[in-house]
Design a protein around this ligand. Sequence first.
Ligand SMILES: C[S@@+](CC[C@H](N)C(=O)[O-])C[C@H]1O[C@@H](n2cnc3c(N)ncnc32)[C@H](O)[C@@H]1O
Length: 228
Amino acid sequence: MSKSGGRRGGGGKERVRTAKKRTASSTRWLQRQLNDPYVKKAKHDGYRSRAAYKLIELDDRFKLLRGAKGVVDLGIAPGGWAQVVRQRAPKASVVGIDLLETDPIDGVTILQMDFMDDDAPDKLKAALGGSADIVLSDMAANTVGHKATDHLRTMGLIEAGLEFAVEILEPGGAYVAKVLAGGADDSLVKQMKSHFKTVKHAKPPASRKGSSEWYVVAQGFKGRPDEA
Ligand SMILES: C[S@@+](CC[C@H](N)C(=O)[O-])C[C@H]1O[C@@H](n2cnc3c(N)ncnc32)[C@H](O)[C@@H]1O
């Protein structure tokens, strides 16, 4: 590919035509990517994604990973968060799941499947082999551009993550999930507050200002009622 994204071998005309084919939004994405200090930093620091810095910043603020023994990473690919988990909680069992293939990460068990599949929670539990101190979810539903549908699909992922977290967390554990603009809706926050001592919204500096993503951080899991 030439710098303009067009194929080699054509004259100026072909390049212009090919460049024109790129949508304005993909050109903006490419420019942003090329100039993004976090992309450069990730390359330099050996992280697979710039997303790694979001977890670093969330962990610096909320002390999520300190002393963790069991961590579940929902939406693990390409693996930036898992790399941070391995560095900050080297003794923890770590299990991740993603629809996409993830290159192996030393010390991490990776399942390639849909977290929304009925058997995904049991498979994750079996792979972890015990309870977790933290369930992380950086999953994002593929947006279709229809606001209400996108919101519902994202909420579906967060709720399923919450249900799973309630099943697998140790008392005192935490659940962190990516949410879209406006954050988790009231009923979800209410639900979270019934299970966790604190529920906060955070936008780490590495999360692009223009993006609508936020994170909801629920800490201090109160435990399962049947085990209280
Ligand atoms: C923003 S990326 C995660 C980046 C990752 N935290 C990192 O640091 O490299 C979101 C991931 O969620 C995954 N995902 C979305 N829906 C999913 C689902 N239902 N089951 C499993 N993975 C899902 C996507 O395939 C994508 O790889």
